[in-house]
Design a protein around this ligand. Structure first.
Ligand code: SAM
Ligand code: SF4
Length: 339
């Protein structure tokens, strides 16, 4: 029997941010010069993560996604992957990466038991990539995608944040690239999350606009009929190609949201937009028993009422965080909470 929150949403999906460090500076996530980094002593060890995950699994979590920051920057990440992949309760273990280190690491992480991979890629143009991420690394990402396929990753996903005037003109090229490399592309609406200090509604390309653009080019798109808690609405093109759209800004999926997030320093957030997290680092580093940890998680999830993205839509309460606010409380950052 699943553990349900106040809106009957089960605790199932845990996103583990394993580091707040990143080797890119994407314009929609880390556009600033300065950041407050988590002190290393606060970052959970793999043993601490593993113990917490066991308690989460006991309460119904069966989907785990490793993220960050850039998760492949975490030293010996394959050790954590092996540990998680071996847990019988984990039905689905995935990782979201910017792909820069994939060429070097894909074999190691695949052999450790990771078989589901999402690569974030917003453009296929080297000059644009450099402008968007402040690094000249498009060739590494593409080589990383090839390497991942070569070692055996199947069903790759490519996540693209679509921004008006920046890369909306590449949606078709990205779909075609996805076809070539056997990856399903998912277009994400630009979100006003912490970190997106330059966000403006004017820069958002809505799901309906994206579908119009693609339908016009391909001669139609049809929705895939499925009922899942996955955030992406999926569509097929006339040739059978499937793609997804994640419309967190204009049509959020809060009503079916079964995910929560654990930051690298052990703060548990019940919503991407939650103001406060629950400090599991303090608990795990105290002499709390497993039963006490379990009861804290259970109580917290039962009381969960968050529907941050819907509230922002209904109340039209949107604003970009200022860089000062994020320096003062870096936990608002997307690269801390794990996108
Ligand atoms: N570094 C890894 C990567 O980029 O894939 C994992 C962490 S990143 C925070 C996870 C996802 O969040 C990426 O796909 C990124 O595109 C997305 N993201 C970050 N900021 C966003 C924003 N303002 N709106 C929409 N998606 C965003
Ligand atoms: Fe880009 Fe991911 Fe790094 Fe954010 S965490 S700057 S989305 S690569």
């Amino acid at each position: 029997m699943s553990l349900l929150d106040k809106f009957q949403r089960p605790l199932q999906n845990l996103r583990l941010s394993v580091t707040d460090r990143c080797n890119l500076r994407c314009a929609y996530c880390m556009p600033e010069q300065n950041y407050t980094w988590l002190p290393r002593k606060d970052v959970l060890t793999f043993e601490e993560i593993s113990r917490l995950v066991d308690v989460f699994i006991g309460l119904g979590v069966n989907h785990i996604r490793l993220t960050g920051g850039e998760p492949l920057l975490r030293r010996d990440i394959e050790r954590l992957i092996r540990n998680l992949a071996d847990k019988p309760g984990v039905e689905d273990l995935a990782l979201t990466t910017n792909g820069v280190l994939l060429e070097k690491l894909s074999e190691r992480v695949f052999e450790a038991g990771l078989h589901r991979l999402t690569v974030s890629l917003d453009t296929l143009r080297a000059d644009r990539f450099k402008e968007l991420t402040k690094r000249d690394d498009l060739h590494s990402v593409m080589a990383g995608i090839d390497a991942a396929r070569a070692v055996g990753f199947e069903g790759l996903k490519i996540d693209t944040v679509v921004m008006r005037g920046v890369n909306e003109d590449e949606m078709i090229d990205l779909i075609e690239y996805g076809k070539r490399v056997g990856a399903e592309v998912r277009f994400i609406e630009y979100m006003d999350v912490g970190g997106a200090t330059r966000w403006s509604m004017d820069d958002v390309v809505s799901k309906s606009k994206m579908l119009d653009l693609l339908a016009e080019h391909y001669g139609g798109v049809s929705p895939v009929k499925e009922s899942t808690c996955a955030p992406a609405d999926r569509y097929t093109l006339p040739d059978g190609t499937v793609f997804g759209v994640i419309s967190s800004t204009t049509a959020p999926f809060c009503s079916s949201c079964n995910r929560s997030r654990l930051t690298a320093d052990g703060q548990w957030y019940l919503c991407l937009y939650a103001r406060d997290g629950i400090d599991l680092r303090e608990v795990i580093r105290s002499d709390a028993s497993t039963e006490e940890i379990r009861s804290l998680l259970e109580r917290s999830w039962r009381g969960r009422e968050n529907r941050g993205a819907e509230e922002r839509l209904i109340e039209n309460d949107r604003k970009a965080f200022s860089s000062g606010e994020l320096i003062d409380d870096p936990h608002f950052e997307m690269h801390k909470r794990g996108g």
